[in-house]
Design a protein around this ligand. Structure first.
Ligand SMILES: Nc1ncnc2c1ncn2[C@@H]1O[C@H](COP(=O)(O)OP(=O)(O)O)[C@@H](O)[C@H]1O
Ligand SMILES: [Mg+2]
Length: 592
């Protein structure tokens, strides 16, 4: 496997990536490039025609040619121009299909790839900045492909044609052009490699700035109610300053590249014109050939000047794309194993064995966590906050990779089954539910995407959500704001419970599913939960211990270890951690 490929799937280098996403549009790419090739060749014919037109005009002045000879060339010139324009447009019509297609394909693949990263990947990064990288990469690819198709490729073809034409006029010209290219090209390759580093650094600082801005904007509530707007302005202002410095460095180098190229071009013009005059003096070339050479040199000067500009721009896009791809296309941490099979659930028995797990640097389980849950058993997890309860549930869903030990469902290791089948077997009500900025009905339907409207309403009813939903301005069609900000914590929890009802999976995980509800709402929803738990294997975590009394068994966790295990009454009689927690609960809350 090449080191440029992550999980053997997508190239990380911009050009290889552009080629991969262009593959479905290969026919349009071929058409566009062929047209660009032909159009460039045709444009060189017009340079040749200009030379012949001049010679005929001179011959006519000397009475050696007929007026019709001149007119023939005069008509050919605009005709070639028109044909040429037509071919360029053909290239445009093909190119637009190629480029829009490649951009769409790139965005689709990057978005798909991004969604398969692990929870660790996302906990380190800002969602807004990641999305920004996708759009940067896509627009960068669009510009790079466009530049290749309409600037660099025609330039290479044109240079080959220019070499041929100059050689025909006199070998000296071709030789001068060759020598000049031998200096110009390597020097620019050096410039570009240096410039690339600076462009990459600039892209990095821009993307980091965007991340900081997203972070600040998404916490605008805190910024405002703590009166910290000035502090944030200063903080973000510092990052804006870094970005400007990086931009300036890149630009500074680009300007010097342009200066050097300008000097080289002047030297080139000088030698070509000097040769031209010398050869005219000696009578070795015609005036027409000299005109042709001058046209070529002026054309080259313009194209080379723009090449300098385009190149610095292309390097900048390249830096932007490679920065984005490097981060987005990091290898996936959690993947289906090569021989992964779908999970087949019969009893829905769960076994945790010798769990070892650390978040980056923070050890939560120590290699000695064992817990067997029989099919259909209902287990309550209890422990101080930070004990590792939510982590245990996340590990069962394989949102993080285990450091050691194993988790199995019905004797199938979760690492040996497909991720999709594992997660489809579980209904999960997480500790804090954030909702999509979509309608409530869509949010609940997320529990089971093919559920009918009636099923959704029924689930909402069971989860005691129906009442508040009907009071919203557009009922079930109400959009809930970013992450669900228009709903209260308790309302979001009920939406989340409704999802679990709809899902109806053999394993049910409840992580503080009712923590944001008052006692009365909780008692009401408790009935729905008891109904929901029927015939399912359940792991329920609750702050309020009274809500766990209906469980078959309670497991008390401290610092990633099971310290007590048994029924409510047994644990109470034990007089240990559970008894302490229970007794210290004022109206059923564990003090943190
Ligand atoms: N994404 C994370 N990255 C790093 N550390 C984490 C992360 N999530 C939780 N932790 C840490 O792991 C420990 C266990 O957390 P958690 O399982 O959420 O506890 P509980 O649910 O029992 O309150 C805590 O010390 C917490 O700070
Ligand atoms: Mg928790």
């Amino acid at each position: 496997m090449s080191k440029n490929l992550n999980n053997g799937r997508m190239p990380v280098k911009p050009i290889a990536f552009a080629r991969a996403v262009s593959a479905p549009y290969a026919r349009w790419a071929f058409g566009a490039m062929t047209a660009a090739f032909v159009a460039t060749a045709v444009s060189r014919i017009s340079t040749y025609v200009l030379g012949r037109l001049t010679d005929n005009a001179i011959a006519f002045g000397q009475g050696k040619a007929d007026v019709s000879d001149i007119w023939r060339w005069v008509l050919i010139f605009p005709a070639i121009y028109m044909i040429n324009e037509f071919i360029w447009r053909t290239s445009g019509f093909c190119g637009m299909r190629w480029i829009t297609g490649a951009v769409a394909e790139g965005s689709r693949r990057l978005f798909g790839y991004l969604s398969e990263h692990s929870a660790t990947y996302f906990s380190d990064r800002h969602a807004g900045a990641l999305v920004n990288k996708i759009s940067n990469a896509a627009s960068g690819i669009e510009r790079l492909v466009g530049q290749w198709l309409w600037q660099f490729f025609p330039l290479i073809v044109g240079l080959a044609a220019d070499l041929f034409l100059t050689y025909n006029a006199h070998p000296y010209f071709a030789l001068t052009l060759l020598v000049w290219m031998a200096v110009y090209v390597p020097l620019n390759v050096f410039f570009v490699s240096r410039l690339h580093k600076l462009s990459f650094a600039y892209a990095e600082s821009s993307s980091s700035l965007k991340g900081k801005m997203v972070d600040s904007t998404s916490n605008v509530d805190t910024v405002q109610y703590t009166g910290s707007i000035d502090y944030e302005k200063l903080h973000i202002g510092g990052h804006i300053g870094h970005q400007r410095t990086a931009h300036l460095r890149e630009w500074w180098w680009s300007e010097w590249v342009l200066v050097t190229n300008g000097v080289l071009l002047a030297l080139f013009m000088l030698s070509m014109f000097a040769f031209g005059m010398l050869l005219i003096e000696r009578g070795e070339i015609s005036v027409g050939s000299l005109v042709m050479i001058i046209t070529i040199v002026i054309g080259l000067e313009q194209r080379m000047f723009f090449l300098g500009q385009n190149m610095t721009q292309a390097v900048s896009y390249y830096g932007q794309v490679s920065e984005g791809l490097k981060e987005l296309l990091e290898p996936h941490e959690i993947v289906n194993s090569a021989d992964a099979k779908p999970l087949t659930v019969s009893q829905a028995a769960i076994e945790f064995k010798g769990l070892d797990f650390s978040y980056r640097g923070k050890r939560v389980f120590h290699g000695d966590f064992d817990l067997c849950i029989a099919g259909g058993e209902k287990v309550g997890l209890v422990g101080h906050s930070g004990a590792g309860k939510s982590t245990l549930v996340a590990l069962l869903l394989r949102r993080f990779e285990l450091g050691g030990g194993s988790i199995a469902i019905d004797r199938q290791s979760i690492n040996s089954v497909t991720l999709d089948s594992l997660r489809k077997a579980v209904a999960f009500v997480p500790q804090g539910t954030s909702l999509f900025h979509r309608s409530i009905i869509e949010n609940i339907r997320y529990g089971r995407l093919d559920a009918s409207d009636a099923e959704v309403v029924n689930a909402a009813n069971l989860a005691q959500a129906d009442e508040f939903i009907n009071e919203l301005p557009s009922g079930y069609q109400t959009k809930v704001g970013e992450r669900g900000v228009m709903l209260s914590g308790g309302q979001r929890q009920r939406v989340s419970v409704a999802r679990a009802v709809l899902r109806d999976a053999p394993i049910l995980l409840l992580d503080e599913a009712t923590s944001a509800l008052d006692s009365i709402s909780e008692a009401a929803i408790q009935k729905a939960l008891v109904e929901l738990m029927k015939d399912k294997t359940v792991i329920a975590i609750a702050h309020r211990l009274s809500t766990l009394r209906a469980m078959d068994r309670l497991v008390v966790i401290e610092n990633g270890r099971i310290v007590e295990n048994g029924k409510h009454d047994e644990l109470l009689a034990l007089g240990g951690v559970y008894a302490e927690l229970w007794n210290s609960q004022v109206s059923g809350f564990i003090p943190d």
